[in-house]
Write a protein that binds this ligand. Structure first.
Ligand SMILES: C[S@@+](CC[C@H](N)C(=O)[O-])C[C@H]1O[C@@H](n2cnc3c(N)ncnc32)[C@H](O)[C@@H]1O
Length: 227
């Protein structure tokens, strides 16, 4: 697994954001959850303190906490400046303004880092990467993929998306992906193909509205599950 940390934006989201992005119910949160590309999100750290069963995979977990923090510190101001320069590209309902967003991302990173070494030793953070996972068939109930598939449609092609989703469905009964827009704020060019492909394979495939929106129009998730 070769990953260059200087190609990654290690921005992570909180448990509350995951709950909203994936419309997670109390019952959903009691399931065996696999977070795909969780990076420095605090979903796992916060969820674990509440007794949830969450495993996160990300190639970034081959690096140590100091390296991830160093990368975050290097890019954070530049990214917030880009956000400030493009006010119409953002919806300030959950986060109220760019400074609050920055504070939230810093808090999330700190919560992740406090848990990272312990979680690694417990096997909750595993350095793995799509489209191949080192888990037995159906070892999870719910696989969540936030801000990776569809968002990075320019970097990951259509075959990658199909293979990654098929792999998630091999290890988990249900898959949820958010958002469905690319970094250019357009619906992913692979969305229709993915919907047709997995519908034709006999899965239930549904687009569902969620109570979270930071990119305008990015308030839907894709839910794929065995019928
Ligand atoms: C924008 S971050 C999203 C982090 C987290 N999911 C969240 O929403 O807060 C995208 C993540 O995808 C990870 N990633 C990159 N390539 C991947 C792959 N092949 N499989 C799984 N994750 C990958 C990156 O390392 C990074 O942590």
């Amino acid at each position: 697994m070769v990953m260059k940390l200087d190609k990654v934006v290690p921005f992570g989201r909180s448990l509350d954001e995951y709950i909203k992005m994936f419309d997670l119910s109390t019952e959903d949160l009691q399931q065996r959850i696999l977070g795909m590309g969780d990076g420095p999100a605090s979903f796992n750290a916060e969820g674990t303190t509440k007794g949830y069963d969450i495993t996160s995979i990300d190639p970034i977990y081959q690096f140590d906490g100091a390296e991830i923090k160093q990368r975050f510190d290097k890019v954070v101001d530049n990214i917030i400046d880009q956000i400030i320069a493009t006010p119409n590209n953002w919806v300030w309902s959950y986060h109220k303004n760019p400074q609050e967003l920055k504070a939230s991302r810093i808090k999330t990173l700190e919560t992740f880092l406090q848990d990272y070494q312990l979680g690694k030793e417990a096997g909750r953070y595993q350095a793995q990467e799509l489209p191949h996972l080192d888990f037995a068939d159906q070892s999870y109930d719910l696989a969540l993929c936030s801000h990776f598939l569809f968002l990075y449609s320019e970097q990951c092609d259509r075959d990658f998306h199909v293979n990654a989703i098929a792999e998630m469905l091999r290890v988990s009964q249900e898959v949820r992906i958010f958002p469905l827009l690319t970094l250019m704020q357009e619906t992913s060019p692979y969305l229709d193909f993915v919907i047709d492909k997995f519908s034709n394979l006999g899965y239930s495939v549904v687009i569902a509205k969620v109570p979270y929106e930071l990119q305008p129009g990015a308030n839907e998730m894709l839910v794929i599950r065995a019928k």
